[in-house]
Design a protein around this ligand. Sequence first.
Ligand SMILES: *[C@@H]1O[C@H](CO)[C@@H](O)[C@H](O)[C@H]1NC(C)=O
Ligand SMILES: *[C@@H]1O[C@H](CO)[C@@H](O)[C@H](O)[C@H]1NC(C)=O
Ligand SMILES: *[C@@H]1O[C@H](CO)[C@@H](O)[C@H](O)[C@H]1NC(C)=O
Length: 413
Amino acid sequence: MRSLLHISNPSACKKHCCSTCRCIVIVIVPATVSLGLFLGALAAASNVYFTSPNQAFTFPRPFSSGCDIFSGDWVPDPDAPYYTNDTCSVIHEHYDCMKYGKPDLGFVKWRWQPDGCDLPRFDPWRFLDRMRGKSIAFVGDSLARNHKDSLICLLTRAAEPKPSWPSSKQTVYYYGEYNFTVTNFWAPYLVRHEQIDEDGPAHTGLWNLYLDEPDGVWAAHLAELDYVVVSASSWFYRPSMLYEAGRMVGCHYCLQPNVTDLTLRYALRMATRAALRALSGADGRFRGTAMLRTVDPSQYEGGEWNKDGNCVRTRPNRRGEKTLEGVELDFRNLQVEEFAAAEKAAADAGGEVRMTLMDTTAAMILRADAHPSKYRGWTPEKHFTLHNDCVHWCLPGAIDTWNDMLLHMLVPA
Ligand SMILES: *[C@@H]1O[C@H](CO)[C@@H](O)[C@H](O)[C@H]1NC(C)=O
Ligand SMILES: *[C@@H]1O[C@H](CO)[C@@H](O)[C@H](O)[C@H]1NC(C)=O
Ligand SMILES: *[C@@H]1O[C@H](CO)[C@@H](O)[C@H](O)[C@H]1NC(C)=O
């Protein structure tokens, strides 16, 4: 038995994003895996809130080039956080854990230490200098937005952007002094999709997915972009009818006896493939750097996502204490496979495009302490009650490391 979780919460958006926030949906397969999404961001408070992190971790090793920054462990970072809810105005209430009273803020005081090298903390001046005259886009669901919020917040020490909303699915931040643009495209399936039933077999809606058609919301802008960070997986838990070349080829959990269930793995694989194909440079439109960020594990413990499951740890797990399993493991594996195929295709197409894998999954599975849980703003929804959010990430917090990684990938130390 599989149940799904649906969150739609446009009204809960804060400040200048109000006019453009849209529904966010969370879907979860409980019992084995739970998962979902919103938007969010969290804020920090003063140092008095922080507990002392445990010191039992290994400390920085010298940098060696070619190091795998995605394999490592979390170590204390006494200097964090680098922004707070008071210094960053874009933090969505869903992620604003400090403002909403997360009792133990020790979770911000950690940084990711790769095995073979140092991963310096994000330097906003260095980043902006590198990005002069360039543009970067975050494409995906509310976790892509979570990542974007972290970047904008980390940059606040150096510069404030001018935000704009060219459409309900596109948020733009422009840094005039650097002629640098950050865009967030709302494309939770990466490919074109439409909702065909608000209820559906799991009472969470039913969607048509056009698996070979990259969502025009972002794909139409490819020629203007220098860097594109793609991530998606959470929405694929919801029931869907799957189309290729305009023809229905099957479904995921539609429960129709005459339609083959191709599974959510198939849907994510094909949608990822279509997105990476659009970024391969084969059609000459995109000529920048494509980044695929791997699945975020959801972290409900002690129960199901829609019952009493929660995330109440107060410190990271050590490497090996938690490993990816079930659907999430399958998701990461297929992302890695599709990335490898796309990287080869891009090279074959002439190598104009650089393809990179941002393999954040191993780091994030250790951070069950870094989710909002119940400490975020929340407006109740008709079809859905979210007890605890163990899917999105408090800001400031663990995913600020994604931007440490991003800068390292752009400009290796
Ligand atoms: C930031 O959070 C603190 C609580 O930690 C709160 O008192 C303050 O009002 C918040 N600031 C903003 C701008 O929301
Ligand atoms: C800003 O950058 C864009 C490319 O992103 C470029 O086309 C434009 O000429 C630049 N504008 C200025 C004023 O440098
Ligand atoms: C499957 O059967 C249902 C009725 O049971 C029908 O509405 C639907 O169109 C059929 N789908 C296909 C792909 O034939």
